[in-house]
Design a binder for this molecule. Structure first.
Ligand code: C2E
Ligand code: MG
Ligand code: MG
Ligand code: MG
Length: 277
C-alpha cells in the first residue's frame, strides 16, 4: 500500500539520517570558514605534577570561536575531508604564538602538548613549519610536545618512525595519547621514540573505581621501567587522585584540578600550587 511504501521510504530517508547529513555539511562549512577567517581558538588544560602540585605543562585543545561543535564532532570530519592538514598547522602556529606572548609577558613558560592526527603524517612540510616558527620566536623545542594516538601505527611504519625521530631530534617530546583504547600492544613502546604515556580516561575509570588498583600500579611501573613518564587523563575525583598518587603516577590532567581554560586565564594560575588532597 501507499502507506507501507511510505514507511519503507522513510527507512532510507529518515529524519535523523538527513539531520546527520545536514549537520555534517554544516560542520564542513563552518570548518572551511574557520580556516579562512580565524574562527579557531585554543584552550589550555593544566597537567599537574603529582609530587609537588605544580603545573608541569598544558594540553592545547581546539575550539571553534563561534560554534559549540566539539572536537569530538569535527576532528573526525576534518580528518576525513583532509582539512586536518590546514587545521593542524593553525593549531601549531597558535600555540607557538601563544607561548611567545606568555614569554613576552614575563610568564614562566611551560611545555604545551599539541594533538596530532595520523593524517598529518602526510603533511610533509610540518616539521620544518614547526622549526621555523620556533626559530621566529626564539623558543626552545622543549616547550612543544606532540600527542599521537596508537592508530598512527596503522600508517606506514617507516614514515611514522622517521617523522617521530625527526621530532625527537629537534628536542620535541612525544606522548602516546588515549593509551589503553586502541591497538593495544606494549611492544611499540620499546622501539618508538616516545617519552610520555597518557592513560586514557576509560582506563582510569576501569582501574581506579573498581578497586582494581593493582593493575594500575603494575601498568605505571611497567611504563616507568621503559623510562617513560605517565600522565593520567580525565581525572575527576579525589578518590582517583589518591590512588594515582599511591601508584606513583607522575602527572594528572582532569576536571578535578581544572577544565581547559582560555589563554588569558593562564597568567593567573600558571604558578599556582595545587593541593592534591
Ligand atoms: P584528547 O586529546 O584525549 O583530549 C582530552 C579530552 O578530554 C579533551 O576533550 C578534554 O577537554 C577532555 N577532558 C579533560 N579532562 C576531563 C575530565 O576530567 N573528564 C572528562 N570527561 N573529560 C575531560 P576535547 O577538548 O573535547 O577534545 C576531544 C578530542 O579531540 C581530544 O582528545 C583529541 O583527540 C581531539 N582534539 C582536540 N583538539 C585537537 C587538535 O588540536 N588537533 C587534533 N588532531 N585533535 C584534537
Ligand atoms: Mg590529547
Ligand atoms: Mg586522550
Ligand atoms: Mg582522545
Amino acid at each position: 500500500s501507499v502507506k507501507n511504501s511510505g514507511k519503507n521510504g522513510y527507512k532510507y530517508f529518515n529524519y535523523s539520517m538527513m539531520e546527520h547529513q545536514i549537520t555534517k555539511s554544516n560542520i564542513e562549512f563552518v570548518l572551511r570558514d574557520a580556516i579562512e577567517n580565524d574562527g579557531f581558538k585554543i584552550v589550555y588544560q593544566p597537567q599537574i605534577n603529582v609530587r609537588n602540585g605544580e603545573i608541569a605543562g598544558y594540553e592545547a585543545l581546539l575550539r571553534l570561536r563561534d560554534f559549540d561543535f566539539s572536537p569530538a564532532e569535527f576532528i573526525d570530519i576534518a580528518e576525513k575531508n583532509g582539512m586536518i592538514i590546514k587545521i593542524g598547522r593553525i593549531v601549531t602556529e597558535k600555540v607557538i604564538e601563544q607561548l611567545n606572548q606568555w614569554k613576552e609577558k614575563g610568564l614562566e613558560i611551560k611545555p604545551v602538548a599539541i594533538n596530532f592526527s595520523a593524517n598529518q603524517l602526510h603533511d610533509y612540510g610540518y616539521i620544518s613549519f614547526v622549526e621555523s616558527l620556533l626559530e621566529k620566536y626564539h623558543l626552545d623545542a622543549r616547550y612543544i610536545e606532540i600527542e599521537i594516538t596508537e592508530n598512527i601505527f596503522l600508517e606506514n611504519k617507516q614514515v611514522t618512525l622517521a617523522f617521530l625521530k625527526n621530532l625527537k631530534q629537534m628536542g620535541i617530546k612525544i606522548a602516546i595519547d588515549d593509551f589503553g583504547t586502541g591497538y593495544s600492544s606494549l611492544n611499540y613502546l620499546t622501539f618508538l621514540p616516545v617519552d610520555i604515556v597518557k592513560l586514557d580516561r576509560s582506563l582510569n575509570l576501569k582501574f581506579l573505581e573498581m578497586n582494581n588498583v593493582k593493575v594500575m600500579n603494575s601498568l605505571i611501573s611497567l611504563v616507568h621501567s621503559l623510562g617513560l613518564v605517565v600522565i593520567a587523563e580525565g581525572i575527576e575525583t579525589l578518590e582517583q587522585v589518591k590512588k594515582l598518587d599511591e601508584a606513583y603516577c607522575d602527572y594528572i590532567q582532569g576536571y578535578y584540578f581544572s577544565k581547559p581554560i582560555e589563554a588569558n586565564q593562564i597568567i593567573a594560575i600558571n604558578s599556582k600550587i595545587y593541593d592534591l588532597y
